[in-house]
Design a protein around this ligand. Sequence first.
Ligand code: CTP
Ligand code: CA
Length: 223
Amino acid sequence: SAEKKFTLPLAGKKILVTAGPTREALDPIRFFSNQSSGKMGYAIAEAAGEAGADVTLISGPSALSDPSGISVIRVTSADEMRREVLARYEHADAVIKAAAVADYRPESVSGSKIKKADGPLLVKMVRNPDILMELGRIKKSQLLVGFAAETEQLEDNARAKLEKKHLDLLIANHAADGFAKDTNKVTFFFADGHQKAYGEMPKKEIAEKICRTVSELMETSGQ
Ligand code: CTP
Ligand code: CA
């Protein structure tokens, strides 16, 4: 419509973005984590804000500073991230899960520093909840966007995750192309079976493409 031309593409939409790694404590001073910098998720939160959305960024530990105009919730562990995401899920129009959530955590956390004289150390790791899987299971009309960094069989793994987690869109890359860098080389996998591969691009540009795609998907699904 004539009015629409002057409206930002994500105006009025509530969007939850997760970013960064999670940290899983072993004792008061040690943890397990991964190489995620948070750059992709922060860029998405920023782009969604610029596109007019009401954005909440739920971030694991990251050296990046809070994007302006966005409400940022800092978390540490996967369990904490899960709690903060679930608390806001019902009222969200879309969830974009760029966080690299740790799959495992130590079965128990020592209350005091583990001393080297106590070793050798065997740490039993147990599975963390899969936040995105849970969102997929209980989803109503929310649009769900997931990420996958793979070292092999990118397409098969991406398609499997898209289906298993009931996603509308999955953005996949080869692990070597994205971690801690300002650029990435991604492929978008859609629920209807089609896919779109992009060449190397700045994460800012990828973020803008993701936001544009989310807005288009919302439009087609009548949201
Ligand atoms: N994810 C999540 N909670 C987890 C693990 C992953 O929400 N405990 C989300 C990620 O944020 C990402 C998507 O699921 O959007 C895919 O993450 P990925 O690690 O690629 O997939 P997994 O299902 O954990 O499978 P695997 O690591 O074994 O490849
Ligand atoms: Ca994983």
